[in-house]
Design a protein around this ligand. Structure first.
Ligand code: GLA
Length: 397
């Protein structure tokens, strides 16, 4: 190749990488985002007071120290648009405006997130973003928004990929680094294009509900909400699409909302950690039982979720109700869960060959819920697991 061509090509490559680096949203959420969102517990019952209390509780409970960062108001903060088309927050529920609330959240060292919708109306029937994308992005940036969850209700014939590319371009033009959470419920397979359009996470299914298992129609013909294990099954084969800055989102956590046992909540949290899922708590942080707080702040399990390699775990064996899932960690070790979906306690075996090591390897096994070293083990790890429970370990050669 001629020298002049090489020079031109390398200049072009430099320019392209500079543009890529200059996107204000580059390098966000290099590990899965952690935070809290109002929807699962409070639905439309959101207010300035409640959100401030939740931010305070995130600090007091030790969740901030454990890595939680984003406080996200979901649907129903907005009531109308003014004559100029600007979005208007509910003046009764948010008397100091969204900006005042964002300032408060920031003053605690936390980040602030908000919700809108790609269509004409949100899922709760509030004004959506359609046709106001650039106008809204400027307002969000001025308010200090760090995270936008963008829903998919009332989008009629809109193209999902184009709609999300449009809001990402609007956010980037507004100039503030804002995480884009694509909430399109997996309908147009956002894992195939979410990263390319600048999405940082994308929902893979319909909404989670606070139950162990079972897909349920919202109303006849309107599918569906899902239990924890249904969502885990839906994500099991999507591992190749996740990585630093772009994550599959199996929806927010239900830990602590009362519909499952503590054993089930521990499994829910462990599975989400293994899936490199966003850890967005969805319970009332002001009055958690210690058992719930201990689940949400288990630093050893969180470290698996936040491992900088950003690899999503996968199911490596299934024998009826007995499953083994394995997640590669940056230091060469693996996180493993032995997961009992059945109705009674049973023994589960993880052989080294199944999880990804040769059988002759001797490895240190550590239990991440007991916070105890199990010992040095060769070939396989075998353990009794309660019904609907997991044993979660790291295996380090
Ligand atoms: C959809 C989303 C939920 C929540 C509600 C709000 O159902 O999937 O996560 O944001 O809308 O109306």
């Amino acid at each position: 190749m001629k020298r002049s061509v090489v020079v031109i090509l390398s200049l072009l490559a430099g320019a392209v990488s500079l543009i890529a680096q200059e996107r204000p949203s580059a390098n966000l959420v290099l590990t899965p985002p952690m935070g809290w969102n109002s929807w699962n517990k409070f639905g439309c019952n959101v207010s300035d007071d409640m959100i401030r209390q939740m931010a305070d509780a995130m600090v007091k409970s030790g969740m901030k120290d454990a890595g939680y960062q984003y406080i996200v108001i979901d649907d129903c903060w907005q009531v109308s648009r003014d004559a100029a088309g600007n979005i208007v927050a509910d003046p009764q529920r948010f008397p100091s405006g969204i900006e005042g609330l964002a300032d408060y959240v920031h003053s605690l060292g936390l980040k602030f997130g908000i919700y809108s919708d790609a269509g004409s109306k949100t899922c709760a029937g509030r004004p959506g973003g359609l046709g106001h994308e650039y106008q809204d992005a400027i307002v969000y940036a001025a308010w200090g928004v760090d995270y936008l969850k963008y829903d998919w209700c009332n989008t009629t014939t809109q193209d999902a990929r184009a709609s999300y590319a449009n809001i990402r371009a609007a956010l980037d033009t507004a100039g503030r680094p804002i995480v884009l959470s694509i909430c399109e419920w997996g309908k147009a397979q956002p894992w195939l294009w979410g990263k390319e359009v600048g999405g940082n996470l994308w929902r893979t299914t319909g909404d989670i509900q606070d139950r162990w298992a079972g897909k349920k129609e919202w109303k006849p013909g309107d599918c569906c909400s899902y239990g924890v294990v249904d969502i885990a099954d839906a994500e099991a084969d999507l591992y190749s699409y996740a990585g630093p800055g772009h994550w599959n989102d199996p929806d927010m956590l239900e830990v602590g909302n009362g519909g499952m046992t503590d054993v089930e909540y521990r499994s829910h949290f462990s599975l989400w950690a293994m899936l490199a899922a966003p850890l967005i708590a969805g319970n009332d942080l002001r009055n958690m039982r210690p058992e719930i707080r201990d689940i949400l702040t288990n630093k050893e399990v969180i470290a698996v979720n936040q491992d900088p390699l950003g690899s999503q775990g996968r199911r490596v064996s299934k024998d009826g109700d007995r499953e083994v899932w394995s997640k590669q960690l940056r230091d060469g070790s693996l996180a493993v869960i032995l997961f009992n979906r059945g109705p009674a306690e049973q023994n589960i075996v993880a052989t080294w060959e199944t999880i990804g090591y040769p059988a002759h390897v001797t490895a240190s096994v550590r239990d991440l819920w007991q916070h105890k070293d199990v010992g040095k083990i060769t070939g396989k790890f075998s353990v009794s697991v309660p019904s609907h429970g997991v044993v979660m370990v790291t295996v380090k050669p």
